[in-house]
Design a protein around this ligand. Structure first.
Ligand code: UDP
Ligand code: GLC
Length: 425
């Protein structure tokens, strides 16, 4: 980073900020400190957006470490507590009210930080609620990067109402990670004119860096005794991500083995335990491995024959799908939500109806029996991901939204501009 926060890795070709304009100061806010897709995306944005970036996290954890290592300034809002983690997405009014004292404390701390920034940028739903209150107190504009589908599958009516009400009242812009996420926001009562869709973008370099030799070595580590068709399922372990469905699908495909990469990030230990128990049964024994959370996803993706996405509810976006494409592997994904904005069935991947075990089984079997199809889908998927889901394009689009918000704010608060407007009218 240079002094102005300009990062040559992403934006060498244009002046990031219009001449004569100060560099905006952005305060990102995120609730979780584990590494889910929203947090990995935030890591890229906070590192690469060419502004003065600071991040406020509700609590400490691995995200704090990663941001700090990347040179991003981070504040923790609730260093000794649990950072509102007792308030769940499906919490009702009483649960929310029960955490009121903590909510007030976190909001107060955040508004002090927001007052020293030009824009508050909320990266999660709880962060948006607290960010809306804090940015109102600090009289600063709010951007909400919305990464969840606001539906009854994941959110209680109270949570949906609060989110929509706050966003309508306070957000200058709602960035949705897919059209599916945007439409769910509007269907829940959100104002359409606030929304801009910006898909996640992924850096292809770590995938391109994996040679065939490295991939072969990784494969022997994964399944030393196996010569069959190996699928990889990447993502946190949680019932709606549908890992159980994959186990059932391959239980009657004896030539197929599977590795599961990811952990229960939000306390879904019972589900994890159920999955582990299931693979001890005769029909799956010796064919499945759980690797937990891994940092070498590109290497592992290049080591498998195909990548399976199994969410049983609509996936808001699905970074793992783009990553699978960048690894040049055929991706089988569940046909709902953001997935339909990424994959053209039979061209850049294969899809199947969410939760349909027989259909998933059939798509895996199809790939197992057709190496040429795997090759074709892998190549086309790679080209599509490069062309449509690049990290550079994502950073450019977000930069534009932030600049628009910043300039609108300057326009409102700069007396010189306001006087000039008054004289012209
Ligand atoms: N991931 C990872 N290590 C793991 C499992 C997953 O780094 O062991 C990453 C994965 O590469 C992807 C992200 O976690 O970038 C998951 O994002 P996605 O959008 O697919 O799902 P989310 O968890 O956000 O719902
Ligand atoms: C959320 C969504 C996921 C999306 C990610 C990044 O975690 O569950 O689908 O890819 O955010 O925006």
């Amino acid at each position: 980073m240079t002094e102005t926060g300009f990062n040559a890795e992403v934006l060498p070709m244009e002046v990031a900020v219009a001449p004569g304009t100060d560099t905006p100061r952005i305060l990102f806010v995120n609730q979780a400190s584990v590494l889910g897709g929203a947090e990995l995306s935030l890591l890229d944005i906070a590192r690469l957006l060419p502004f003065h970036n600071r991040v406020a996290l509700f609590r400490g954890g691995v995200l704090f470490e990663r941001l700090t290592q990347a040179g991003v300034a981070v504040d923790i809002l609730d260093p000794t507590g649990d950072g509102l983690s007792r308030v769940r997405k499906n919490s009702g009014l009483w649960n929310v009210l029960g955490s009121l004292a903590l909510l007030v404390r976190i909001t107060w701390r955040l508004q002090l930080l927001a007052g020293n920034a030009d824009i508050t940028y909320a990266n999660s739903q709880k962060a948006m609620v607290v960010g809306a209150l804090a940015s109102a107190l600090a009289r600063r504009p709010l951007i909400w990067h919305m990464r969840d589908i606001l539906s009854a599958d994941h959110f209680s009516p109270t949570m949906r109402r609060v989110a929509v009400m706050m966003a309508n009242a306070r957000a200058a812009t709602v960035i949705a990670n897919s059209h599916a996420t945007a439409e769910a926001f509007v269907a829940a009562g959100g104002r359409r004119k606030l929304v801009r869709v910006i898909h996640n973008g992924i850096d292809s370099k770590p995938f391109d860096a994996i040679t065939t030799q490295m991939a072969t070595l990784a494969r022997t580590e994964l399944m030393p005794l196996d010569n069959g068709f190996l699928i990889g399922v990447f993502g946190r372990l949680t019932p709606w991500k549908g890992q159980h469905l994959v186990l059932e699908a391959i239980s009657t495909l004896p030539g197929v083995s599977a590795v599961f990469i990811g952990d229960a990030l939000f306390g879904e230990m019972e589900y994890k335990h159920t999955l582990h128990k299931r693979v001890e049964c005769e029909d799956l024994r010796g064919r499945v491995r759980f690797l937990g959370f891994r940092d070498d996803v590109p290497r592992l993706m290049r080591a498998v024959d195909a990548i399976v996405h199994s969410s049983v509810n609509p996936e808001p976006f699905g970074r793992v799908i783009i990553e699978g494409m960048l690894a040049r592997r055929p991706v089988v994904a569940s046909a709902a939500g953001g997935v339909l904005e990424i994959i053209e069935d039979g061209e850049t991947g294969l899809i199947y109806p969410p939760g349909d075990c027989a259909a998933l089984r059939a798509q895996i079997e199809r790939l197992q029996n057709d190496p040429a199809l795997c090759e074709r889908l892998g190549a086309a998927g790679y080209n599509k991901a490069q062309a449509c889901f690049s990290r550079t394009a994502m950073i450019y689009s977000i930069r534009q939204v932030v600049m628009d918000t910043y300039l609108r704010k300057q326009h409102r608060t700069d007396p010189k501009i306001n006087n000039k407007d008054a004289a012209e009218n």
